[in-house]
Design a protein. Sequence first.
Length: 216
Amino acid sequence: MPENTWTRPTASIAPSRPPLLAAPHPLAPLIPPAHVVDLMTAAGSAVFGARWRGREAKIVECPALTDAMPEFKTTYDIEPHAELLGFDDLDWAVIPPADLGVRRGGGLVSFIWFRTTLTIPANVAGFDTAGAKAVFRVNVDDYAEVWINGTMPRTPGRPSPGAIQGFNMPNRVVLADGAVSPGDRFEVAVFAINGPISAAPGNFLFVREAKVEFFR
């Protein structure tokens, strides 16, 4: 199970196994979905009992890792670490689904967390979800990292749907390694990034699309 508390590393950590030997994460199918639900509508989010919340994230200065080169005394972290499973976001602002597309952040280099929980229903507008493959699709202007139940799906050297996919490109993250069942719950945390970071753009970040795709 993923950690539900954040402990900032103090020294570098070697991988537990060679990264290229790690099993790849499941990838979203490339065929057209059998059914799609738009989470940026009140009706679509209500299907999954989803209540969206958001909060700005900040870059904070912190001590460098103890085994860093001697000239590096400090480094940077993100606060809060809202990717954690069970993170308490009850004091965050509630975002109506249609307002996910509102421009947020201060422009330049900025970050926003979006969080919700999706509960798979038995039936969506006549589509029976039992035995289907479910994919969470989100497109953030400009980049996103996606965490599902406290884990960002990523594998070194291979397609990693939870990591940044490209400039204004969608993340398509398979919710379960296999079929979903009615009642399955998925805690979703989207780390939205205004970028390109080195360009410090004069615009704001927003969600272009947020959907659940079902496949047979």
